[in-house]
Every structure is written in structure tokens, then in C-alpha cells.
Design a protein around this ligand. Structure first.
Ligand SMILES: Cc1ncc(COP(=O)(O)O)c(C=O)c1O
Length: 443
């Protein structure tokens, strides 16, 4: 006799060990999302929530895009999977050529993986392999930055600079150092766009070089706009200065563009926006509009060429993932590039960014708001911490926003917002209005 089908226990949330979540707190008072379309989510009860964060900074073209669905379905019909180790499938080469064509400068090769974390660890490994291939094998040190977020792999948490992401994991990678962060509220609070002060913080790289010697340093990795401690656009001139110092000392510069890539700043990449070309760039999220997990490392010609040495039958980089350039991810990524182009979404983000800036800065003066920052279609709002309970106010704001129908991201007592690039002006008004109400309610 066939056993009866066991229906999932509808209200049993126990088994899922949730990532980056206070599991016990969440399971007592869950926030569930069941459906999404355009710039909205719906809860299982049918309550509409405006997506103020493009999921997790990833659904840049909005939810439920038919063109992407069709491309994935067609690819699934044609070929579900093919390996990319010593084999290939056409869509991976097509996609890399398309990415190369849209990248600034001579960033012209693409390595694919499945997430931002994998992209970061891949980039760090490519940087080390490149230094070794060019006869600079003593360059093993990696430099990150305080308050940086580079995913959760051991490489990423080692160069990352968020204490809670580091403290549980022992010594991590050896030979890592950190630049100071660039968050200077005493000088830059409520800056609109790029903050005026702090370019000189890039000179700290000179101090690090003086301490360790350039011959020990392989690469520096930074997010052009740091996203995970409340959105921190770089001070004016900072990235340019970092580029100059890296060039002077033969250090590779890696931009982690997992959140800035694919239009967030109103240009395809932050590298283009700032006109600073890194040697390597990590991407994920908007690369596939989050439909199929995908990440990538884009590298400049000299990095790729530097690794193409030795006999031709020797594998140049002993690194890759079973799902590198997964056919479904490639199909999705190609379809989303068509959308970005046809709907001129990066330009749209640029055009909306002033309206967005005015909207979010109108929240200045609300109780407890101590800083607001913005660039492109993203913003961070800092609130004063409650006495002896850092993070409580941020959490309450986030929960209240959700109850009111708005999704924001919370990090300690900051909230970040980064709506899909298809957002309309009246929807920006709604986001600002609800964020304001949530901030007041949590004051
Ligand atoms: C700058 C940056 N790098 C890396 C990552 C990690 O990406 P993933 O969560 O896809 O591993 C993130 C995720 O938010 C990010 O913001």
C-alpha cells in the first residue's frame, strides 16, 4: 500500500536553520514572503509589501520578469546542465563576450561562479596566482578594509571588516591587513552623494606598505560603495587615490561590485561611474536578477594574459565550481542584459537618483536620525542607538517598516534601501513615507 503523502507541517518553521537570522526570535514572530511581481512582495496572507531593497540588492530589473522566465525555461528544455571543466557550452562564451563588451577599460575576461562570496574568494585566488605567475610569489598578503563586507567564505571574512562576521572563526587567513573605513559622520553627516572629506584615508595604504613592504602584498579589495554597514559611498577622490597607490607599488586593486554592479549607481559598474578601473571586479546579484544564483570575476587583460603562460596543455588556474557558468544561470544573465539594455535601466537609475536623494534626505530631522547617505538608487540612514542596546532601534524600525508594508535592510542601528531600478517616482514617495513612519514608530 502506498503510504499517504505527508504534507509539510504548515506552521512548523523549526527545521530550516536560517542564514544571518536570529532563528529563535524569527520563528516566534516570522515574516514570510510568498509571491513577488514588479517592485512588490506579497505575504502568504496576501498583504502587499513594497520591495525597498530589490530583495537583497539583487532584483534590479524587478520581480517576475517574463523574458527571464522564458529564457530559463527554454534552456532547461534544451540542456539542463553541462560542465565547464575541459568542456564548454555556447551560452557561457556568449555571455562572457557580452560582459566583456560592456565592461569599462580593458576588463575583458569573465570567470563565473554562483555567488558573491565565491566571486570574492575566486578573485583573491586569481590575484595570488597572477602574482606568482609573474614571478612575484612573495606577494601573498591581502588587504581589506574595516566595515567591508565580502561575503562569507574564509577569504571574504578575512579581508572583510565586520566584527560579527569575523569573531566566531578563529584566525581565518593569515597575512591580512585592513585599511581604515571611510565613515566620518563628524565631518560628512547628511552628505548628498559623495562625501567631501576622507580621500586622504586612502593614504593609509602607504602606511601598510611601509609596514609590510610592497613585495609582500598581492592585492587590495574594497567595495566602491560599502553596503553592509549602512551604505557608505566613498569620499570624493578616495578611489582614484587608492588606484594610484596600488599602481605605484604593483598591488592589484579589486573592486567588489556585488551590489554596485549592474546599474545601482546609474552606470553599468561603479568602475565606470568613478572612472577608476580595478584589475579585478567581483559581481553577483544583479548579474542574473537573482533568478538563478550566479557570480563572476571580471579581470583585466594583463591579469588573464599573465596567467596564460607555460605549456598549453597545462591548466592555468586550478580553480572552478561544478556550477561555474551553469547553463540556466547563463541563460538568465543573458536575458537580463537584454532587459537592462532595452529598458535603459542604468540610465533610468541615473535619472531617478536626484529624486531619490531628495526623498531620502527629507527624512532628516526625524527623531533619532543622525545621518543619511545616498548615491545612485541606494541610501543608508543611521539612527542613534538606544542606551545599552545597540541594534534594537534598527531592528524595531525594520520590523515596523515590514508591518507597514515596506522592506528595508537593517544593520545595527542603520537601515539601507536600494529599490529595483524599475521603481516609479510615486513608489519612491511611498518608500520614503513608510520609512519615515517606521523611523518615528521606533523612536
Ligand atoms: C559587497 C558584497 N560582496 C559579497 C557579497 C556576498 O554575496 P553572496 O551573499 O551572494 O555570497 C555581498 C552580499 O551582500 C556583498 O554585498
Amino acid at each position: 500500500m502506498t503510504p499517504p503523502a505527508t504534507a509539510p507541517a504548515a506552521n512548523n518553521l523549526e527545521a530550516f536553520f536560517m542564514p544571518f537570522t536570529a532563528n529563535r526570535q524569527f520563528k516566534k514572530n516570522p515574516r514570510l514572503l510568498a509571491r513577488a511581481k514588479g517592485v512588490h512582495y506579497w505575504t502568504p496572507e496576501g498583504r502587499r509589501v513594497i520591495d525597498g531593497t530589490a530583495g537583497l540588492w539583487c532584483v534590479n530589473a524587478g520581480h517576475g520578469r517574463e523574458e527571464i522566465k522564458a529564457a530559463i525555461a527554454q534552456q532547461l528544455e534544451e540542456m539542463d546542465y553541462a560542465p565547464s571543466f575541459q568542456m564548454g557550452h555556447p551560452k557561457s562564451f556568449e555571455l562572457a563576450a557580452r560582459h566583456a563588451a560592456m565592461l569599462p577599460g580593458d576588463l575583458d575576461h569573465a570567470f563565473y561562479c554562483n555567488s558573491g562570496s565565491e566571486a570574492v574568494d575566486s578573485a583573491l585566488k586569481i590575484a595570488l596566482a597572477y602574482q606568482r605567475a609573474r614571478g612575484q610569489g612573495t606577494r601573498t598578503r591581502l588587504i581589506g578594509r574595516e566595515r567591508g563586507y565580502h561575503g562569507v567564505g574564509f577569504g571574504g571574512i578575512s579581508v572583510g571588516g565586520m566584527v560579527n562576521n569575523r569573531k566566531q572563526w578563529g584566525t581565518m587567513l593569515p597575512g591580512v591587513d585592513h585599511l581604515p573605513h571611510t565613515h566620518l559622520p563628524a565631518k560628512n553627516a547628511f552628505a548628498r552623494g559623495l562625501p567631501e572629506h576622507g580621500a586622504e584615508l586612502a593614504d593609509e595604504l602607504e602606511r601598510i606598505v611601509a609596514l609590510h613592504d610592497a613585495s609582500t602584498i598581492a592585492a587590495v579589495i574594497v567595495e566602491p560603495c560599502a553596503g553592509s554597514t549602512g551604505y557608505l559611498p566613498p569620499p570624493k577622490g578616495y578611489l582614484q587615490r587608492l588606484r594610484q597607490i596600488c599602481d605605484k607599488h604593483g598591488i592589484l586593486l579589486i573592486f567588489d561590485e556585488v551590489i554596485t554592479g549592474f546599474g545601482r549607481l546609474g552606470a553599468a559598474f561603479a568602475a565606470e561611474y568613478f572612472n577608476v578601473i580595478p584589475d579585478l571586479m567581483t559581481v553577483a546579484k544583479g548579474i542574473s536578477n537573482a533568478t538563478v544564483p550566479m557570480g563572476g570575476v571580471f579581470v583585466r587583460k594583463h591579469v588573464y594574459d599573465g596567467l596564460m603562460n607555460g605549456p598549453e596543455n597545462v591548466i592555468e588556474l586550478f580553480h572552478g565550481y561544478t556550477y561555474s557558468a551553469h547553463p540556466l544561470a547563463c541563460a538568465a544573465a543573458s536575458a537580463v542584459l537584454d532587459i537592462y539594455k532595452e529598458e535603459a535601466l542604468f540610465q533610468r537609475a541615473a535619472e531617478l537618483s536626484k529624486y531619490w536623494e531628495d526623498g531620502v534626505h527629507s527624512l532628516k530631522g526625524l527623531p533619532g536620525v543622525i545621518d543619511i547617505r545616498n548615491l545612485g538608487l541606494a541610501a543608508g540612514i543611521d539612527m542613534e542607538s538606544r542606551k545599552d542596546s545597540v541594534g534594537a532601534r534598527g531592528y524595531d524600525t525594520f520590523v515596523k517598516a515590514f508591518e507597514l508594508g515596506l522592506m528595508v535592510r537593517q544593520s545595527a542601528d542603520s537601515i539601507a534601501m536600494s529599490p529595483p531600478l524599475v521603481i516609479e517616482r510615486n513608489q519612491i514617495d511611498e518608500i520614503v513615507d513608510l520609512a519615515g513612519k517606521a523611523i518615528k514608530a521606533a523612536a
